[in-house]
Design a protein around this ligand. Structure first.
Ligand code: HXC
Length: 525
């Protein structure tokens, strides 16, 4: 019997198509059902489930799903899972193209060998070529032990790309499991680190090595859990209670950011809802040292519910984050009188400088709210290098060429006045409320230094002290000396502030600033 060539062709096509579907199906199951079940039993989602939560439905395009490792040592040739423990590709997140990779703990504990590293490098390269953000979902035992130096080379290739793309595309790392050894340095080189509260941990050397070297007993969580990195080291910018919440935080973060350094941040007119500005006056207490919550001021000045705080539990004496004003993204840096009186210490300096540098790279205007008594005094501060850390903040503000707007709310004393986006560091619009006090230091401190000898000789030093302090206050406890010299552009009523900020942002949207040609400055890191 004669066989129809067309039907032979169809049978062949069908076979090939089936083979592809089979391979796809195999790739989708990572380390197999048992390991997926174990992952769920640990209260963790799989790499694919995480991607589903992150991206707009049906938009994920996977690449390199059939990549396998090429290692034959340690019987590895018999075990070549498709995809090699990481899922890579691109998708739309709230309508915006984003590249991503998601490590699959069910395959060799998500450990990274050459093939996995090459897959990650490919998406990092594509992200730069297309000017798109990149998000990594990390859950891995680190360098794949069986692959030796190839694993280390893989990490090196990733670190190199993280660094080369820094300031070109936003890079976000979401830690949802272990991130151990040198592996921590890829997230550390990215712009933002998010951790899930109970399953994520990051450390360079784990509890066993710590025990062997220092004799200290410590658990994974105590050594590098979300609480440690959220409040003690500041390495984590955001902590979510669950994996779902952590992924949601990443989506929200992305909504403030441009696609790349040549793009502008998205404008969101839908949340341009103003809050009653008259409430501002009542927030500032009459006494200069009385605390109040700076976040209340931020929330009133910015579009309703748009303030998105970063590193909330670390260096609480300075508040940083993104917000929108009139629909446009701004970076917020604000002293927080509720903690350490709002004084600047070495952690606060690092925290603020980093966000300033991020904003400067990605065309995000910086809004600074000032109420600062000075740099934090103390032996620990001096010995931990407040000189170097404080200099980072000066450097970051001076270097930033994006629109810079500042508002002095109450105190602005000494070096801290200069560092907090003063006119002298190239700030474009400097505003102050009538409650602003700009001086070299607080009144009592100043009088004690200026009249030390006289006070010793006085019979009633307290009275003399109070008289001098009052005179000093009358002279300096206002914004007008600075306004007379043009260091403050405008003294405004609190309820006029939002309007002034909206105008200033509009005015500065085409700002251009030329700096001398150089390779790069040397920030005091
Ligand atoms: C190869 C690994 C692995 C690794 C885990 N696995 N880590 N395989 N290389 N680095 C494998 C395990 O053998 C196991 O396989 C499976 O993954 C699951 O691991 P478990 O230990 O059963 O899981 P769990 O109890 O949840 O513990 C997870 C863990 C632990 C805490 C991550 O596996 C661990 O401590 N791993 C090593 C972490 C580490 O020290 N990494 C640093 C490597 S050095 P089976 O088949 O038995 O189920 C490094 C340097 C990089 O990263 C340098 C760059 C500059």
């Amino acid at each position: 019997m004669h066989q129809n060539p067309r039907s032979t062709h169809n049978i062949e096509e069908n076979k090939k198509s089936k083979e592809l579907n089979k391979l796809r199906d195999k790739s989708k199951h990572g380390g197999g059902k048992k390991r997926i079940q174990q992952q769920h039993e640990k209260g963790k989602l799989t790499a694919r489930e995480r991607i589903e939560l992150l991206v707009d439905e049906g938009t994920f395009v996977e690449i390199d799903e059939f990549v396998t490792h090429q290692n034959s040592k340690f019987n590895m040739a018999e075990n070549k899972p498709l995809g090699d423990g990481v899922i890579t590709g691109y998708a739309s997140i709230s309508g915006r193209t984003t590249f991503l990779y998601s490590q699959d703990f069910t395959v060799f504990g998500g450990s990274l060998g050459k093939a996995q590293a090459d897959k990650i490098c490919k998406v990092l390269d594509l992200a730069v070529k297309t000017g798109s953000p990149v998000i990594g979902l990390l859950d891995s035992g680190g360098a794949r032990i069986q692959e030796g130096v190839d694993s280390l080379a893989g990490y090196g290739n990733i670190f190199y790309r993280n660094t080369q793309s820094s300031g070109v595309i936003p890079q976000i790392s979401i830690i949802l499991g272990p991130c151990a050894g040198g592996a921590v340095y890829s997230p550390a080189l990215t712009d933002f680190i998010l951790m899930s509260r109970s399953n994520a941990f990051m450390f360079v050397t784990g509890p066993e090595v710590v025990k062997a070297v220092t004799g200290e007993d410590v658990s994974f969580y105590e050594l590098g859990g979300s609480e440690v990195h959220g409040s003690l080291t500041g390495i984590s910018h955001l902590v979510g209670d669950t994996e779902e919440e952590t992924i949601d935080l990443a989506k929200k973060l992305l909504s403030y950011l441009p696609q790349n350094n040549l793009d502008e941040p998205p404008i969101r007119f839908d949340d341009v809802i103003e809050i009653d500005q008259s409430d501002l006056v009542a927030i500032i207490p009459p006494a200069e040292n009385e605390p109040y919550d700076m976040k209340r001021i931020i929330e009133i000045l910015t579009d309703a519910e748009s303030f998105f705080e970063l590193q909330e539990e670390w260096a609480k004496n300075i508040v940083i984050g993104f917000a929108r004003v009139g629909g446009s993204t701004v970076g917020i840096i604000a002293n927080q009188p509720l903690y350490l009186g709002g004084a600047i210490d070495y952690h606060a300096s690092d925290k603020a400088s980093r966000l300033i540098r991020f904003c400067d790279s990605f065309n995000i205007p910086i809004l600074t709210l000032v109420d600062v008594p000075g740099f934090m005094p103390g032996i620990k501060q001096e010995h931990e290098g407040i000189i170097r850390h404080g200099a980072k903040l000066l450097f970051a503000y001076s270097e930033a060429s994006v629109p810079k707007i500042s508002l002095i709310v109450r105190k602005a004393y000494g070096g801290a006045y200069i560092v907090m986006s003063s006119k002298h560091l190239g700030t474009d619009i400097n505003l102050a409320w009538p409650s602003a006090e700009i001086a070299v230091m607080g009144s009592e401190g100043a009088v004690k230094i200026l009249h030390r000898k006289k006070l010793k000789e006085e019979k009633e030093p307290e009275k003399v002290l109070a008289d001098f302090a009052q005179k000093f206050k009358d002279e300096f406890a206002n914004p007008y000396q600075a306004a007379e010299r043009g260091y403050i552009d405008k003294v405004i009523h609190p309820e006029e502030t939002r309007r002034e900020i909206v105008f200033a942002l509009h005015l500065l949207q085409n700002k251009r600033e030329q700096t001398p040609r150089r390779k790069h400055g040397i920030s005091p890191v």
